[in-house]
Design a protein around this ligand. Structure first.
Ligand code: AMP
Length: 366
């Protein structure tokens, strides 16, 4: 059995590492000579819109998936039956179609309007009010392609910051915290859900995740139920096969969807060390048409992202319960180069272990 993966970054690397023990060989398609997945997979060097290379990946592998959201959706048309389907990728690539999809299937979001011109933006600001956030419809990620409007006088500046591109403006949600749910749907339509994860971002980049998210006894059941209902509706609506992540804002008892990623997700990296089956293995299982694995973790864990730099390996591994994952990427400011998951060990909780590393991780980050 073989799986082709469009994209050879850290997600492709962790997918290939999860596939190997199942006897599944992976080939990644990526233009970079130093694609970090190539330590664990065959490497087909080609651009993401090279339809001949995509067709070759499709012919040579039993199934094809992607780990990178900005794959041109038209390029995927050269692939026979990509998993997840190209329509899921297309829906997630445009913030407007994504929000419309959420609305259509009953997933709550912040109020939003589509805008194409400065005049339309002025009208939308008058309707939605401020504070608000303006986001380009396409090719935004990790907080890029966004501008905040504290009050209506910021309208012109925000419009030029995002480069006057087709955009949506959203009301700024005064969330208590950010959560996500990672879910998987198998080739036969069966589903499994990881518990809600709590995420902390800085400058639009995920810094830390905690799973399962702490929930007070009263709110726990309903938040988890709502998140599952949202994820299930999305998976079914998209006739999805594979892992999907849905990012959410919690505002009191409400969950508002921000966006979904049609792929394995940074907020699910903890599943490698703390869930019976990781998101990477479950994605490979789904794509390969195999039974899904159990998702419920035995205990709590904390995941710290290593961004732009990392403490020494010795320092990290000296903490009991620390599981280090370096991606083999050259450190650059703002670049995710690895993560550490902390799990409980006798006498030390996951949070206590994280507290021993947090300051060093932050000091090393650039
Ligand atoms: P995004 O690129 O949409 O994931 O946004 C990056 C980060 O900006 C999110 O993780 C939030 O922290 C913040 N953000 C985006 N949209 C909103 C919103 N409507 N209200 C409040 N915060 C937001």
């Amino acid at each position: 059995m073989s799986v082709g993966i469009v994209g050879g970054g850290q997600l492709g690397r962790m997918l290939a590492l999860a596939a190997a023990p199942l006897g599944i060989e992976c080939t990644v398609l990526d233009p970079a000579d130093d694609a970090c997945a190539s330590v664990a997979a065959n490497h087909l060097r080609a651009e993401f819109d090279d339809t001949a290379a995509l067709a070759r990946l499709s012919t040579e592998c039993d199934a094809v998936t992607f780990e990178f959201e900005n794959v041109p959706a038209e390029g995927l048309a050269a692939v026979n039956l990509p998993r997840p389907p190209a329509s899921a990728l297309a829906a997630s690539q445009d913030r407007l179609t994504e929000k419309q999809l959420f609305e259509r299937i009953g997933i709550a979001t912040a109020p939003y309007r589509a805008v194409e011109t400065l005049d339309e933006l002025r009208d939308a600001v008058a309707e939605i009010g401020t504070p608000a956030v303006l986001k380009t419809r396409r090719l935004g990620y990790d907080g890029k392609g966004q501008a905040r409007l504290a009050d209506p006088s910021d309208t012109e500046d925000a419009w030029s910051t995002i480069g006057a591109a087709p955009a949506i403006i959203e009301g700024l949600v005064e969330f208590e915290r950010e959560l996500s749910i990672v879910a998987v749907r198998g080739a036969g339509g069966e589903m499994a859900f990881y518990p809600l994860t709590e995420n902390v971002h800085r400058h639009g980049i995920l810094r830390e995740s905690r799973a399962p998210a702490a929930v007070d006894a009263a709110g726990a059941a309903s938040l988890a139920q709502t998140a599952r209902r949202y994820a299930q509706s999305l998976l079914d609506e998209l006739d999805y096969v594979g892992v999907l992540a849905l990012e959410l804002f919690q505002h009191g008892p409400r969950l508002l969807a921000n966006e979904f990623a049609p792929r394995v997700h940074n907020s699910g990296h903890w599943t490698i060390d703390a869930a019976p089956t990781s998101q990477f293995e479950n994605h490979i299982r789904a794509v390969a048409g195999l039974p899904l694995g159990a998702t419920e973790p035995a205990g709590e864990c904390v995941m710290l992202n290593l961004i732009g730099g990392a403490p020494s390996t010795e320092q990290i591994l000296a903490v009991p319960g620390a599981h280090l994952h370096l991606y083999g990427k050259q450190p650059r400011p703002g670049r995710k180069i690895g993560h550490v998951t902390l799990t409980a060990t006798p006498g030390l909780t996951a949070e206590e272990a994280a507290e021993r590393l947090r300051a060093a991780v932050e000091t090393a980050a650039r």
